[in-house]
Design a protein around this ligand. Structure first.
Ligand code: ADP
Ligand code: MG
Length: 594
């Protein structure tokens, strides 16, 4: 009788394991960097070509391997990090599954050089798709260099599913940054296609954060610390006023390993409750140390998930430590999101008595009949003193030109600092100011991108924005988009972007946040010719630049908003598919009052 069940040959088993551990070039980067850290390297270099598709090389000055170990390292379940099952519960290393190198070797061509302190020469091994091609001596310095070429060469499906270089590189940078943040004591270098992306000197964790994300972070961080018998917590939270709409700045490290934990995230978020504007996310860099016996990181092949034995206590410690640091550093009093910007008018306006706006009724007006029969504009506007442009520049324009007391038509008015009430002949519209403005901005940005009709305004004084290496990389990838939107700019030196012109729809005060949003790495990475990319960018900008609920609008601002809104191609829904207004018919009102 023959058996139908047979054991998989090793190279097949390795390929299957590789499917779990190695999803993309960034996974190789993670594994190789972690091995270098485990080998106690004090200096690690990462060298990438073509977003890792051609080459991923990690060179470290760590312990190295001897002639025997270098062969074993590529066997499955070969690890120097655990011997006995019980070791699994006392882990202090990154690796332990002993499958990373075997997996990578199964799906690429690898060349490794390695040398221990006691060896006179280095040992070299070349493996192609799990097969050892050559083993020889070489003359490399102490430490290990692993060069992975032609990743997924024998799994075309995987290779074809890789994303564009922009996106794959983004993932690699993320992995690199995680290791760099977890180990500020290690010198780290990163070269991409021959140019240096990061050169990080050994330092403390605050300096490491700043050298990765930029010097302006220095005053954005608040230390958070707590020491209990269960765990030690160190790190920083980002002051709420510097929080972002993206989730890019959330880092948890447990025993110096980056981990993803919705549970811990919740603990931190709850400490931020009431301090963040809607749609903004807390930023944090938190380092927990805990007895390895009390955690289980073995639950996922990529080792980024974790289980805690005493999770409720960890939750409580984290939450109270973050709350405490937000309180101690008096983050709270500086926050006043409801502040009414109109109360902040320059001093000279406060002295003046406001004029009572004359009432002017145009009973034949129906904004939906024809966009050109928009509400009548007053004389100054007709004379072109108030260009029909974006609302915020208008706000600046109005203030700069002493126009704040110009008599206004009160055909419409603002309600709850949120809606504009617009009476029509037989009905009344209640328009959501934020959504209406999003619609206006969205259509304008979409048109300027797709029709290439953007207008740029020259800045009186060039604005300098400091970019971190990841943003510089995004800048190179997204330059075309920035130009299409109307930005005029130039890179000065290694990390300064000088902006001399900005899109006409973008108020000066928002330029920096728009640039940050566009370089946050959340674009789809497609060319701007792609409609979905243009659509996504127009949406992002509409969201970033729109007036918010709660903002008091002057009559002129209300009018400009309505003028622009009624000129939109679509007026019923916002770019995010939310209703922009409701209409209350006269007969409905009469019925209610009957
Ligand atoms: P794991 O890290 O889970 O043990 P790997 O497949 O990543 O498994 O590595 C297998 C073994 O090879 C490690 O346990 C270690 O002994 C050795 N090794 C891998 N990379 C290095 C390196 N850069 N320096 C020294 N030893 C290494
Ligand atoms: Mg490993």
């Amino acid at each position: 009788m023959t058996s139908r069940i047979s054991l998989l040959p090793d190279h097949v088993a390795n390929q299957i394991a590789a499917g779990e551990v190695i999803q993309r070039p960034a996974s190789v980067v993670k594994e190789l960097l972690e091995n270098a850290v485990d080998a106690k390297a004090s200096k690690i270099q990462l060298i990438i070509k073509d977003a890792g598709k051609t080459l991923i090389q990690v060179v470290d000055n760590g312990s190295g391997m001897n002639r025997l170990d270098i062969r074993l390292a590529f066997e499955r379940h070969a690890t120097s990090k655990i011997n006995l099952a019980k070791d699994l519960f006392t882990l202090n290393t990154k690796g332990f599954r002993g499958e990373a190198l075997a997996s990578i070797a199964a799906i690429s061509n690898i060349e490794t050089h390695t040398r221990t302190t006691s060896d006179e020469v280095s040992h070299c091994i070349r493996i192609e798709g799990s097969k050892i091609k050559n083993q020889s001596l070489s003359t490399k310095p102490q430490g290990t260099s692993v060069a992975v070429k032609s990743l997924f060469f024998n799994i075309p499906a995987r290779r074809n599913f890789l994303k564009s270089d922009v996106i794959e590189l983004r993932h690699i940078i993320d992995e690199f940054q995680r290791v760099a943040l977890a180990h500020p004591e290690i010198k780290l270098l990163f070269f991409n296609n021959g140019s240096e992306l990061f050169d990080l000197e050994p330092c403390n964790s605050r300096k490491r954060i700043i050298s990765i994300f930029g010097s302006k972070w220095n005053n954005q961080l608040v230390p958070a610390e707590e020491s209990t018998s269960l765990t030690d917590l160190k790190g920083f939270v980002v002051k709420p006023e510097f929080s972002k709409k993206t989730r890019g700045q959330q880092f948890f490290f447990v025993n110096n390993r980056f981990i993803k934990s919705p549970f811990l995230h919740h603990a931190v978020s709850s400490a931020f409750e009431g301090l963040l504007r809607p749609g903004y996310h807390p930023g944090y860099f938190l380092y927990l140390s805990i007895d390895p016996k009390k955690i289980d990181i073995n639950i996922h092949p990529t080792k980024t998930e974790i289980k805690f034995e005493e999770e409720q206590s960890i939750y409580a410690i984290l939450r109270s430590a973050v709350k405490h640091s937000l309180g101690v550093f008096q983050v709270m009093p500086t926050l006043d999101f409801d502040q009414n910007r109109d109360l902040d008018v320059p001093y000279r306006f406060k002295e003046k008595t406001p004029l009572t706006p004359p009432i002017e009724v145009d009973s034949s007006f129906n904004p939906f009949k024809n966009p050109s029969t928009l509400p009548k504009t007053n004389k100054r506007e007709k004379e072109g003193l108030l260009p029909n442009i974006h609302l915020n520049p208008d706000r600046e324009y109005i203030k700069n030109n002493n126009l704040i007391n110009v008599p206004q038509s009160t055909r419409f008015f603002q309600l709850f600092s949120k809606y504009i009430v617009c009476p029509l002949q037989t009905s009344m519209l209640l328009i959501d100011q934020r959504r209406a403005h999003q619609r206006v901005l969205y259509e304008r940005f979409l048109a300027s991108i797709t029709e290439k009709t953007s207008l740029s305004q020259q800045l009186l004084f060039p604005l300098e924005v400091e970019l971190n290496p990841k943003q510089i990389e995004e800048y190179h990838q997204n330059k075309e988009i920035l130009l299409a939107l109307g930005f005029q700019m130039e890179l000065k030196g290694k990390k300064t972007l000088e902006i001399v012109g900005s899109p006409e729809n973008c108020p000066h005060s928002k330029i920096e946040s728009v640039i940050e949003t566009l370089l946050s790495g959340e674009n789809s990475g497609q060319s701007i010719e792609h409609l979905s990319q243009a659509d996504q960018i127009a949406k992002t900008l509409a969201k970033t630049l729109s007036i918010k609920s709660g903002e008091v609008l002057t009559p002129i601002e209300q009018q400009v908003l309505l003028d622009n809104f009624f000129g939109c191609k679509e007026t019923s829904v916002s770019p995010f598919n939310k209703s922009i207004f409701i209409s209350l018919e006269k007969f409905e009102i009469e019925k209610k009052l009957n």
